[in-house]
Design a binder for this molecule. Structure first.
Ligand code: F0G
Length: 352
């Protein structure tokens, strides 16, 4: 069989696994790197823009790359249970990979701040879902303490194997593009993914697989921008619930990634996110969740500010699938039109 083997087998030489590691995989990775068709026109035609569509992973987000590693290593260490705090996608992925491994998952999510698709994923995969009347940051503090004192493995991005898996996305971008981009644009929440991409680009560069290194450009939601504002945000607010985080776990490494790469971190407002969300769906045919649209909102804002060298190649990570959050989609689009079951009425409605 010559099909895609999942990220651990594909990039085994770059990952901390051995023959003794039981590989738990849903064949994640190998996601499309789509050339944007209309975004250059809508922003700057001199840019080459590519979209890394991570929503097409098995559970619909980039988290699967890290989870295949975290769960495989947990199993190797003899763990029978995993735990995480989540704004939704990590919990969906942890639940699915734990199911695949035949071990238990406990996930803790902020009540009323997790998109319905993500919640349904965690539930159907059989995870114990704890809803906390509090923030993601509070939930993370609690699960960290539990994992420290009890025989349950933490699978948030503080688990070092998570970022090891996630760095494979940068390898794929280079393999697909034939080079590293000049700029890599990415939403920032708990700040693991920007850290992982930068690690991946550097390792591939060191191994001679890419001659270039990109500038890492991260985007936080304006109401949840601790890194940009350089302070903890006690009550973060944004429609992009996936990145509603006030005290990111990988804060330091993300700042390092930004500085080492010559990049920067900026903010985008909810209004800009929603505009980009609709644009992506209507102009490119790609349905990603609001947090993912932060990359596109950031692109638009940064082009206006003339931050990119003309002629540059840009890659934007689109982190999670739009179907995760159907509520926001319906609220953001025109409503379905009610019609009676009669041809004349339908034709009249269509102006035909
Ligand atoms: N986009 C989506 C769709 C996410 O789910 C997340 C994070 C991010 C972007 C930000 O990535 O945290 O590595 O900076 N979601 C986490 C979760 C926090 O619990 O699912 P990050």
């Amino acid at each position: 069989m010559n099909s895609w083997p999942g990220v651990i087998e594909r990039y085994r030489e770059f990952l901390p696994v051995s023959e003794a590691t039981p590989v738990v995989t849903l064949l994640e990775g190998n996601t499309p790197l789509l050339p944007a068709l209309r975004l250059p026109e809508a922003t700057d035609p001199r840019l080459a823009i590519y979209l890394k569509c991570e929503g097409f992973n098995p559970t619909g987000s980039f988290k699967d790359r890290g989870m295949t590693m975290a769960i495989s290593k947990a199993l190797e260490a003899g763990s029978r249970a995993v735990i995480c705090a989540s704004t939704g996608n990590t919990s969906a992925s942890a639940a699915a990979y734990a199911a695949r491994a035949g071990i238990k998952a406990v996930v803790m999510v902020p009540r009323g701040a997790v998109a319905i698709g993500k919640l349904s994923q965690a539930a159907i995969h059989g995870a114990t879902v704890l809803m906390v009347d509090g923030s993601f940051d509070q939930a993370l503090a609690i699960v960290m303490e539990i994992a420290e004192k009890h025989p349950v493995t933490l699978v948030n991005s503080l688990n070092p194997f998570r970022l090891e898996g996630q760095k494979t996305a940068a390898f794929e971008v280079v393999d697909q593009l034939g080079r590293a981009p000049d700029y890599h644009l990415i939403p920032v929440g708990n700040a693991g993914n920007i850290t992982a991409y930068w690690r991946g680009y550097r390792e591939y560069h060191r191994a001679g697989r890419a001659k270039e290194l990109p500038r890492m450009v991260g985007f936080q939601a304006a109401g949840a921008a601790p890194i940009f504002e350089n302070r903890v945000i006690p009550e973060p607010k944004t429609i992009a619930t996936a990145i509603r985080i006030g005290n990111p776990a990988n804060w330091g490494p993300a700042v390092e990634a930004m500085k080492d790469s010559g990049g920067w971190i900026e903010t985008v407002t909810d209004e800009e996110i929603l505009r980009a969300y609709r644009l992506l769906a209507r102009e490119e045919g790609i349905f990603m969740e609001p947090a993912s649209a932060a990359s596109v909102a950031g692109l638009i804002k940064m082009v206006k500010a003339e931050r990119f060298e003309p002629g540059s190649t840009l890659v934007l990570t689109l982190t999670g699938h739009g179907l995760k959050d159907p509520d926001t989609a319906l609220e953001s689009a025109s409503r379905p039109i009610s019609v009676p079951p009669r041809l004349d009425a339908v034709l009249a409605q269509l102006g035909l």
